[in-house]
Design a protein around this ligand. Structure first.
Ligand SMILES: [Zn+2]
Length: 258
């Protein structure tokens, strides 16, 4: 039986609600990712992780994957390259809120968002709190990057600053899930420099004791921040395995809690 929300009839959705099914909502965006990755990288990763999680959970709990949200908010700096579509942050937040409150009001009680775009973490966190207020349901937000961070740091070849945007993490994962759309012959290397120990490193190694966007401080020549040249399909497989293993463990905990 299909695990896609869109494949169900209303009657089948009622049965899923009755059984207390879990909904997964993958959220990426459409933006340039350098000359070597497609513009749908974030959305593609979000969908692939959601599908892999549904397979791993294997009906325990029953799980449906919603269609991904493929457009969102990116900083203006990314519009220098073709492919970046920007939805204003407040419009994005309202859009996500309405989609989530629709399924919660429909009767689904457990919803987890897969956040696969760095610029969305703040907006999504706020939306999840607003959903609690409005619908009395605690929506979870899981991030494959954070779930796989420990494993990635064990196998990575880039230095800190090598896995921010279009770098080793995303490129490795794309080599694992969609190698046909990755062009390694065009992969540049533009690691992020340290600007301050307070924001040192990258998404995976930085302690990020303050929030300070360094994207404007270090202009990128190629549209990326990181080092995709050291990416590998093995690293991508390790990332996916770690994200799915820890993600599934969390989601079972999330389901057990009412
Ligand atoms: Zn990305």
């Amino acid at each position: 039986m299909s695990h896609r929300f869109r494949d169900q009839s209303s009657a089948q959705l009622d049965e899923h609600i009755e059984r207390g099914a879990l909904l997964l909502l993958p959220i990426g965006t459409t933006e340039e990712h350098g000359p070597h990755l497609p513009v749908d990288t974030d959305a593609r990763i979000a969908e692939a992780c959601a599908d892999a999680l549904a397979s791993e959970l294997d009906g325990d709990p029953p799980t449906l994957v919603m269609d991904a949200i493929r457009y969102g908010y990116s900083m203006r700096v990314m519009r220098r390259w073709a492919g970046t579509i920007v939805v204003r942050a407040r419009v994005f937040m309202d859009y996500v809120f309405d989609i989530c409150s629709s399924v919660l009001e429909m009767g689904f009680e457990k919803l987890a968002i897969l956040d696969c775009h760095g610029h969305h973490s703040g907006p999504l966190s706020t939306v999840s709190r607003e959903l609690c207020d409005a619908c009395d349901r605690a929506v979870a937000i899981i991030s494959p990057a954070r779930l796989s961070a420990e494993r990635f740091n064990e196998v990575r070849r880039s230095a800190p600053g090598g896995a921010i945007h279009g770098g080793e993490w995303e490129t490795s994962l794309m080599l694992h899930i969609s190698p046909e759309v990755v062009d390694m012959s065009r992969a540049p290397a533009e690691p992020m420099r340290y600007h301050s120990d307070f924001v040192a490193g990258d998404n995976f190694t930085g302690t990020q004791r303050v929030s300070w966007s360094t994207w404007y401080l270090q202009p990128t020549r190629s549209g990326i921040y990181g080092d995709p040249t050291v990416a590998s399909v093995e690293t991508g497989a390790a990332i996916m395995e770690a994200a799915v293993e820890s993600g599934a463990r969390f989601l079972r905990e999330f389901m057990a809690d009412d």
